[in-house]
Design a protein around this ligand. Structure first.
Ligand SMILES: [Zn+2]
Length: 374
């Protein structure tokens, strides 16, 4: 008569079956849960619905255990329809137990979901926080690295730049630029930085500093400048990029967290390998706006300390702004240094905050240098 009932696959725990456990087909009658162990019909067990004690468990948490009050017999089943069938067929006998189990399970599922969500959120927070933490630490660590790291990156970047032959040391243009660097050097933020200048023949109005203090000035800049002080303004700005170590910082940031960690643990081999290309890129395309502002103000501080009017730096921006359309190549420096109107204002405002000193004109011969370039 049981055949007319739906059957479910499950099993039994009972002392009489081998190893205390056997697979079974489970049926429900109007008063009992019946389990026939396999092979078919070998042993039959039953629990009266009125006595059955339900429990949920198993690896999935969805295994339904039906036990006798003395727990000598357990019939278990994981099939979805089994609990439903129990609910219907037991005619309310087991409803309360079932709904209690249901609630407990939902609660634990919700708890599980909560912990999964909480863990995911925590992981994201840790990753993001860790990332920015490491980046911030690496910014600090950049300053702890020896200048030789900057110098190495600078040397490699310089070699990969494929510049024209620099002008002879004795060339008046070179003398002029070297004279400017000599005036500014004692006021640089890093005393031991070994500034070296080369003048390269090019119509471009451009100058840049490499990490470590190598400064490259194009003849176009010397030709277009109206005063030696204007050139000093540009050079002070470029020297500041070197002393503020913007090259190394931008390399470590572009390379991301791995480079940041390498910098922190002092392993700069990998950084050097990748760094030169990136250093070159940031030198040629310009640093971040924040870095540019920093270099402007630090440059203005240096000029002021050397008794050169920082307004000359602003003046040069102004000159480039006016001539932008007229001189081919003039945009080179200015295009890497955008927002010049704002920068002119910043420099002038900053100068007002510095103690009053008497500014001197440089006793350097710009016109001789310009003449020699013709
Ligand atoms: Zn700059």
């Amino acid at each position: 008569m049981f055949d007319s009932y739906e059957s479910f696959q499950g099993g039994v725990f009972h002392a009489s079956v081998p190893e205390g456990r056997a697979g079974a087909s489970i049926y429900l009658t109007h008063s009992e849960i019946v389990a026939k162990t396999q092979p078919e019909g070998e042993q039959t067990f039953s629990i009266r619905l009125s006595e059955c004690q339900l429990d949920l468990g198993g690896a999935s948490g969805r295994m339904l255990f039906c036990r006798t009050p003395d727990r000598s017999l357990t019939i278990f089943c994981e099939e979805k329809g089994f609990a439903q069938a129990l609910h219907q067929d037991a005619m309310g006998t087991l409803s309360e137990q079932l709904s209690n189990l249901c609630m407990t399970q939902r609660r634990s599922e919700n708890q599980f979901r909560f912990w999964v969500m909480a863990s995911a959120v925590l992981l994201v927070v840790l990753c993001v926080g860790g990332y920015y933490g490491v980046l911030a630490a690496s910014r600090a660590a950049v300053h702890a690295l020896p200048i030789s790291v900057d110098e190495k990156i600078g040397t490699i970047a310089m070699q990969s730049m494929d510049l024209e032959e620099p002008l002879d040391e004795e060339h008046p243009a070179n003398q002029l630029v070297a004279g400017i660097v000599d005036r500014l050097k004692p006021h640089a933020a890093i005393r031991e930085m070994d500034f070296n200048v080369v003048v390269v023949e090019s119509d471009e109005v451009n100058a840049f500093a490499l990490p470590g203090g190598e400064i490259v000035v194009y003849t176009g800049l010397i030709e277009q400048a109206e005063s030696a002080e204007q050139i000093a303004g540009v050079i002070a700005h470029e020297m500041s990029h070197a002393t503020l170590r913007h090259g190394l910082q931008s390399v470590s940031q572009s390379l991301g967290i791995i480079a940041a960690i390498q910098i922190m643990i002092g392993d700069v081999g990998g950084l050097l390998a990748l760094g030169s290309e990136l250093a070159q890129e940031s030198i040629l395309t310009g640093y971040s706006r924040g870095a540019e502002t920093e270099a402007d103000l630090e440059g203005a501080r240096m000029l002021h300390a050397a008794h050169i009017d920082p307004k000359s730096m602003a003046e040069f921006f102004e000159l480039l702004k006016e001539q932008q359309g007229d001189i081919p190549g003039v945009i080179a420096w200015i295009s890497t240094h955008p927002q010049h109107a704002q920068r002119i204002e910043n420099i002038i405002n900053y100068e007002k905050t510095l103690p009053k000193v008497e500014y001197h004109l440089l006793d350097l011969d710009l016109s001789a240098a310009q003449q020699a370039l013709k």
